[in-house]
Design a protein around this ligand. Structure first.
Ligand SMILES: NC(=O)c1ccc[n+]([C@@H]2O[C@H](COP(=O)([O-])OP(=O)(O)OC[C@H]3O[C@@H](n4cnc5c(N)ncnc54)[C@H](OP(=O)(O)O)[C@@H]3O)[C@@H](O)[C@H]2O)c1
Length: 207
C-alpha cells in the first residue's frame, strides 16, 4: 500500500482520497485553508491526517489536487519540502472555451512542475482524463506519463489499489498529449457522447 498526501481540499481531493482510504492507503491532506483540510480528513476517515501547508508531506506520493494555475506556484512554494517525493499532477489546463489548452507551446503543467520541483523529486501526470463522477462509480483506465520508472511503478501500484487500471503512455513529454486527451473528453461530453458519465479507455483486439 502507498502513503499519499493530497495537496488541495476540493472535489478531486475528496474523490481520490475516498478511494485511497478504501484501498488501504495511508492518507494525509494539506490545504491552504487548514480548516478545510481538517474537515476533509475527518470526512475521509481511516486515520487520515492533516499536515501544515508547505511543510514536508508525510506521503511518498504527493497529489496536487489544485486548479491548474495553482499547481506550479504551489510546487515552487513547497520547494525543498518536496525533495525525493513523487509529485502527481492531475490538472487540466483548459482554455475558457474548453477547446484548447491554456498554454500554446508544446508543454504541460506537469512538465512545468518538473522545472520548479526540487532535486530528487519525480513528476507523473495521471488521472486528468477521467471525470470525477466516473472515478466515483466506475473502473476507468487511468493513463499516466512520467520519466522516472520507479516513480511510475509506485503510482501504478497506487492506482491499482484504487481498483483502477493504470496505463503508462510514456515519458513526461506525453503529459502534453494527456492534457489534449482531457480536452477530447470535454469535446465528447459536449458533442458525440452528450454527457459526462464516460471515460476514454483502451480495448485490445489481440485474438
Ligand atoms: N473535477 C473533475 O472531474 C476533474 C477531473 C480530472 C482532473 N481534474 C483536475 O483536478 C484539479 C482539481 O479539480 P477539482 O475539481 O478538485 O477543483 P476544486 O473542487 O475547485 O478544488 C480546487 C482546490 O484547489 C485549491 N486551490 C486552487 N488554487 C489554489 C492556489 N493558487 N493555491 C492553493 N490552493 C489552490 C482550492 O483551495 P480553496 O478551497 O482554498 O480555494 C481547492 O482546494 C484541477 O486541476 C482539475 O483540472 C478535475
Amino acid at each position: 500500500m502507498s502513503s499519499i498526501t493530497l495537496i488541495g481540499t476540493g472535489n478531486m481531493a475528496r474523490t481520490i482520497g475516498t478511494l485511497a482510504v478504501a484501498g488501504g492507503n495511508t492518507v494525509e491532506v494539506m490545504g491552504r485553508d487548514q480548516a478545510k483540510a481538517e474537515d476533509l480528513a475527518k470526512a475521509l476517515g481511516g486515520g487520515t491526517t492533516t499536515g501544515k501547508w508547505a511543510a514536508v508531506p508525510a506521503g511518498d506520493i504527493v497529489i496536487t489536487a489544485l486548479l491548474y494555475d495553482g499547481v506550479v506556484p504551489v510546487v515552487a512554494e513547497y520547494g525543498d519540502a518536496l525533495a525525493g517525493k513523487v509529485i502527481v499532477d492531475i490538472s487540466n489546463p483548459f482554455n475558457a472555451t474548453f477547446d484548447g489548452l491554456a498554454h500554446s507551446e508544446e508543454t504541460s503543467v506537469a512538465q512545468e512542475v518538473a522545472k520548479v520541483a526540487p532535486a530528487g523529486a519525480s513528476v507523473v501526470k495521471a488521472f486528468n482524463t477521467i471525470f470525477r463522477n466516473v472515478l466515483e462509480k466506475g473502473r476507468p483506465d487511468v493513463f499516466f506519463a512520467g520519466d522516472n520508472a520507479q516513480a511510475k511503478a509506485g503510482v501504478a501500484a497506487f492506482i491499482e489499489s484504487l481498483g483502477l487500471r493504470p496505463l503508462d503512455v510514456g515519458g513526461l513529454k506525453m503529459a502534453h498529449w494527456l492534457e489534449g486527451a482531457g480536452l477530447v473528453t470535454m469535446g465528447l461530453a459536449g458533442n458525440g457522447v452528450g454527457h459526462f458519465d464516460f471515460a476514454l479507455g483502451v480495448d485490445e483486439f489481440t485474438a
